[in-house]
Design a protein. Structure first.
Length: 490
C-alpha cells in the first residue's frame, strides 16, 4: 500500500496544526515522521487514519483519492494506528482486552454477552514474536506503559494491516525492547506492509527507517529519501548552531566573562533515596557551579527519576544525605535530607527555576488556562504578562485556552519562559530535549549557553540527546550511583 498526501492541511479556529504537507510512504518500507511535539506528526497520522477530516488537500492510496468517513472505514481498508497512550479497559486483564479485539474481528462479540476463552493461536504467535514479556493474566491497571503499548500493538497486528502507523512507540520501551521492535518492523515491512513511525529521536531516525519526513511548526521541512541525506542535514544544522554559540561566547562582554568564575551553586553529598514506586538511588555525589552547564545522564531504570524527585523537592521520598546550596551572594545553606529540608519551596525562595520532566502535571495542569499556568508567580496584569511569554516562546495559543490544548513541545517552551521570567540564579531542567526537533534543540542550547554565560548555573537531569560538549561537567547515573564522567574545569 502506497500512501500519498497532497497539500494536507488541518486548521483550527486559533491555529493551523498541519500546513499543506505532501509526502509519500512507499509499500514495504519503514517511514519516519520526526519533529518536536506540536510539529504536526500526530495530526498527519490522525488524518491518514480517519480520526480527523482535512481542512484542505487529500490522501491517495495506490494513486486513488480516498476520504475516510471514520477511523473504522480506514481500518477496514487496511490502515491501523497504534496510539502512544492506547484506550484500554483497566479493570480487565491483558488477555481479556486482546480477546475482545479478536472476537470483534470475527464478529462474535454481542451486546451483554462476553465469555472468557483462551487466546487464539494467531495471538499467541504474535505475542511470542513481538511481546514475549507481556503478562496476559495481569490487569491493565497494574501494567506499565510498555506493556500497554504491546497490548495495543498486538491488537492492531491481529488485523494484518497493509499500513501500520505507530505513534512514539519507543516512548516507554527500554533499549533492548526498542531494538526488538524495530527488528520486527523491518521483517514486517519486508512482507510488503507499509510502516510509518512517529518519533522525536534522532538516533532512531538515523538507524532504522528508509525515509524520514521532518516536520516543524506544522510544515514539511523536507522528506529525506534515505538516512544518509538526513544525517548530512543534521550535521549542517548542528555546525550552524555550534558556530552561533561560539560567536555568542566571543561577543560576551568582559563584565559577564568575569562572572564565569566557577563557584559552587548546589552540591549533593552521599544522597540516597528509597521511594516506593521508583528505582532506588544508592549514592549521588554531584555539583553544579555558577557560570556552567552541568548534566546528569542516565535511564529511568538507573534512578534518574528518583534523582529528579530529590533534587527538585517535588515528591516526598525516603531520602538521606546532605545538600549544600550557595546563593549568588555567597551565602551557603546546609540541608539535611532526612529532615525534609530540601523542598520546592526552599528552591523557589532561593531563586531556582524548575522545569520538571512531567511538564503536563508538575509544570502545569491540563484543567487550567494557559494564562493561569504562565502567571502563577504574578499578582497583577496577568493577561498582558501571559501574552508576552507566549510571544517569547513563539507558541500559537491564546491565554484563555486550556493548557490541555498544548502539545508537549509547546508546553515545554512556555514553562521554560515562565521559569526564566523569575530571573533565577539556578535553572534545573529535566529531560529538556524530550519532544524537540533539531531546530528547537539548537535554539534551547543557545539559550542555555547564554544563560550560563551570565554567571548563572544550569543543571540538566536526564541529558538524552543533549550535546555534552556544552557542559563543564557530566555525571553518569548507573545502578543508582553517580560517577563523574568528565569535567573541563576544576
Amino acid at each position: 500500500m502506497t500512501i500519498t498526501t497532497h497539500g494536507l492541511t488541518k486548521k483550527y479556529p486559533l491555529k493551523t496544526a498541519l500546513d499543506s504537507v505532501s509526502i509519500q510512504w512507499a509499500t514495504g518500507k519503514i517511514h519516519a515522521l520526526v519533529g518536536d511535539n506540536g510539529a504536526g506528526k500526530s495530526t498527519l497520522a490522525a488524518l491518514v487514519c480517519g480520526d480527523y477530516q482535512p481542512s484542505e488537500g487529500f490522501i491517495a492510496i495506490d494513486g486513488k483519492k480516498v476520504q475516510w468517513a471514520s477511523p473504522k472505514e480506514a481500518l477496514e481498508n487496511g490502515i491501523a494506528l497504534v496510539h502512544q497512550r492506547p484506550l484500554l479497559a483497566p479493570a480487565l486483564t491483558a488477555k481479556e482486552n486482546l480477546i475482545i479485539k479478536t472476537r470483534t474481528l470475527a464478529g462474535e462479540l454481542q451486546k451483554h454477552k462476553f465469555f472468557i476463552r483462551n487466546p487464539s493461536k494467531d495471538l499467541l504467535t504474535l505475542k511470542a514474536q513481538w511481546a514475549p514479556e507481556l503478562p496476559l493474566n495481569s490487569y491493565v491497571k497494574d501494567l506499565g506503559g510498555n506493556m500497554r503499548f504491546y497490548i495495543s500493538l498486538l491488537g492492531s497486528l491481529l488485523r494484518h494491516p497493509d499500513c501500520l502507523i505507530l505513534d512514539e512507540p519507543s516512548a516507554f520501551l527500554t533499549m533492548e525492547e526498542r531494538k526488538r521492535l524495530y527488528t520486527n518492523l523491518q521483517k514486517l515491512a519486508a512482507t510488503g506492509t507499509t510502516v510509518a513511525v512517529i518519533t522525536h529521536s534522532q538516533a532512531e531516525a538515523l538507524t532504522y527507517p528508509d525515509t524520514i519526513s521532518l516536520l516543524h511548526d506544522g510544515k514539511l521541512v523536507q522528506q529525506f529519501m534515505n538516512r544518509e541525506d538526513f544525517k548530512q542535514y543534521l550535521s549542517t544544522v548542528q555546525k550552524s548552531n555550534s558556530a552561533e554559540v561560539n560567536m555568542q561566547e566571543k561577543d560576551e562582554p568582559a563584565e559577564n566573562k568575569a562572572a564565569l568564575t566557577p563557584v559552587s551553586c548546589i552540591r549533593l553529598e552521599h544522597v540516597r533515596a528509597t521511594p516506593k514506586n521508583r528505582p532506588v538511588l544508592l549514592n549521588a555525589d554531584l555539583e553544579a557551579r555558577y557560570g556552567e552547564i552541568t548534566c546528569v545522564t542516565g535511564l529511568a531504570e538507573a534512578a534518574i527519576g528518583t534523582l529528579e524527585d530529590v533534587i527538585t523537592g517535588m515528591s516526598p521520598t525516603q531520602s538521606r544525605g546532605t545538600v549544600f546550596f550557595t546563593d549568588a551572594d555567597g551565602t551557603e545553606t546546609k540541608l539535611n535530607l532526612s529532615r525534609g529540608m530540601l523542598t520546592a519551596g526552599f528552591l523557589r525562595n532561593h531563586k531556582t527555576a524548575i522545569v520538571p520532566s512531567d511538564r503536563a502535571l508538575r509544570g502545569s495542569n491540563p484543567n487550567i488556562t494557559v494564562e493561569q499556568m504562565l502567571t502563577v508567580y504574578e499578582a497583577s496584569d496577568t493577561h498582558e504578562k501571559a501574552l508576552v511569554l507566549i510571544e517569547k516562546a513563539a507558541v500559537r495559543i491564546q491565554p484563555q485556552e486550556k493548557a490541555s490544548a498544548l502539545s508537549g513541545g509547546m508546553l515545554q517552551r512556555l514553562v521554560l519562559e515562565r521559569e526564566l521570567s523569575t530571573d533565577p540564579s539556578l535553572l534545573i531542567l529535566c529531560n529538556p530535549m524530550q519532544g524537540l526537533d533539531i531546530q528547537s534543540q539548537g535554539a534551547l542550547c543557545k539559550r542555555l549557553t547564554a544563560f550560563a554565560g551570565k554567571g548563572k548555573a544550569v543543571l540538566v537531569i536526564g541529558a538524552a540527546d543533549f550535546p555534552l560538549s556544552l557542559c563543564a561537567r557530566v555525571y553518569t547515573l548507573e545502578s543508582g550511583m553517580t560517577q563523574l564522567s568528565f569535567t573541563t574545569k576544576e
